[in-house]
Design a protein around this ligand. Structure first.
Ligand code: ATP
Ligand code: MG
Length: 420
């Protein structure tokens, strides 16, 4: 016998018993975006590999180790998107949106693909809610993006979450910082992991992001970017903090936050949730003022974040906010006999057109089995109709919760249900 086909490692199947929490997050995210004036952007699931090499960064883990790349029938090299920002930047440039009224404010709900070791809160296909704002370099834009994420997290009922912010400077102040950082790590070169020995040459900031115990303990005493900021970056960071204070958004300055992708400048931030295990960053973002130019567009400053939905679900469940109301029928119609089946179908179709969730038997079950099924579905009312009910035009409407019933005109069912 052939091997049973299974889903690819690190992917998931989501059934109707679990989709309501996803839908709740998605609809809340869309509504928060509406209130902030962000519109939805949709871009392709795959792009030219070169986009991510240049957009995310050649020497990042994402590009070096985690990409799903493939060659099509005409030998073009593509990759499944590992994140959303690079595609949005490409789309903005390609479609001439750079001459739209600024700032551009977009959001997306997408699947992303990274070849990683699957574990709780880390999968190979994962889902992200992300926002992007282009065309404003003011700290009030950074505060607005953070406020959007904060609003959503609070509205989803997530507790025990902390906002960590940092500034990693700009191309003016980074070189001096980089020097100090290289000096620090070089004095510990023998203790660093092999990847970090390499990172120290190609991208020393990445060492700060290493998850290995020894590297992160060496990173603890590393110089902090905030001590090396130029005047402009310093003032920007101070303004951001003042804006967050004014909005009543609590934060912690965390000099170890540098973010995993290459394109960040100035503000970086993470929302970290204790109690959901090692993968505790539910949302990460920051400013990327050089990215648009890096992809051959005009010099438009940008800021945004990506929020991992699986981790948001873990955080909601941890906060006791994971229970979503089940979809239960308002009415279950139990027909007895062929004539009654037609009538039952006509009743439920009318109710459904009017926006009411109604069910009737479509499996030719016995009355006993039908009532058991109606109970399992959690129907609020049931209506049994047989030949005598059809002849008289009257039937018993039973309230299942109260175990009460009363006679109604079958043709008045919609107004009866509406009243009840
Ligand atoms: P991490 O350090 O956890 O690998 P990252 O810095 O690679 O995160 P980003 O590229 O900033 O993550 O993505 C934004 C968010 O998307 C993360 O904060 C996280 O919530 C989520 N995320 C990233 N990778 C995965 C994954 N493999 N599975 C599930 N969620 C993920
Ligand atoms: Mg990662």
């Amino acid at each position: 016998m052939a091997n049973k086909i299974q889903k690819p490692r690190g992917t998931m199947d989501i059934f109707p018993s679990d989709t309501p929490i996803w839908q709740k997050i998605e609809s809340t995210a869309r509504d928060v975006c509406r209130r902030f004036g962000f519109g939805e952007i949709r871009t392709p699931t795959f792009e030219e590999l070169a986009l991510f090499k240049r957009g995310v960064g050649e020497v990042t883990d994402v590009v070096q180790k985690e990409m799903y790349t493939f060659t099509d029938r005409e030998d073009r090299v593509f990759a499944l998107r590992p994140e959303g920002t690079a595609s949005v930047v490409r789309a903005i440039i390609e479609n001439g949106k750079t001459s739209d009224t600024m700032p551009l404010k977009y959001y997306y709900l997408i699947n992303c693909f990274r070849y990683e070791k699957p574990q709780a809160g880390r999968s190979r296909e994962f889902f992200q809610f992300g926002t992007e704002m282009f065309g404003t370099k003011d700290a009030s834009a950074d505060a607005t993006i953070i406020s959007l994420a904060d609003t959503l997290i609070k509205e989803l009922g997530i507790k025990g979450i902390t906002l960590h912010i940092n500034s990693i400077g700009c191309p003016n102040c980074r070189p001096k910082y980089r020097e100090a950082l290289v000096e620090h790590f070089t004095s510990h070169i023998d203790e660093l992991c092999d990847t970090c020995k390499e990172r120290l040459k190609t991208n020393p900031l990445r060492v700060l992001d290493c998850k290995s115990q020894i590297c992160s303990s060496i990173a603890k005493d590393a110089p902090a970017t905030v001590d090396y900021l130029c005047d402009e970056c310093h003032d920007h960071f101070e303004a951001l903090k003042a804006h967050l204070d004014a909005m009543g958004i609590e934060y912690k300055v965390d000099t170890r936050i540098v973010r995993g992708l290459d394109y960040y400048t100035k503000t970086v931030f993470e929302f970290i949730c204790d109690g959901i295990g090692a993968q505790s960053t539910v949302c990460g973002g920051g400013r990327y003022d050089g990215l648009m130019e890096q992809l051959d567009g005009p010099a438009l400053p940008g800021i945004g974040f990506g929020m991992g939905l699986t981790r948001i679900i873990l955080a909601m469940k941890e906060s006791g906010a994971g229970q979503i109301d089940e979809n239960k029928p308002v009415l279950y119609v139990a027909p007895l006999g062929a004539r009654a089946v037609s009538k039952a179908l006509s009743i439920v179709s009318t109710l459904r057109r009017e926006g009411v969730y109604a069910e009737c038997d479509i499996s030719a079950r016995s009355l006993k089995a039908q009532m058991k099924y109606a109970d399992k579905l959690g129907a609020k009312y049931t209506l049994i109709i047989g030949d005598s009910e059809l002849d008289s035009g009257k039937a018993q409407l039973k309230n299942m919760e109260k175990s009460e019933q009363r006679e109604i005109e079958i043709d008045n069912i919609f107004s009866e249900i509406k009243e009840a």
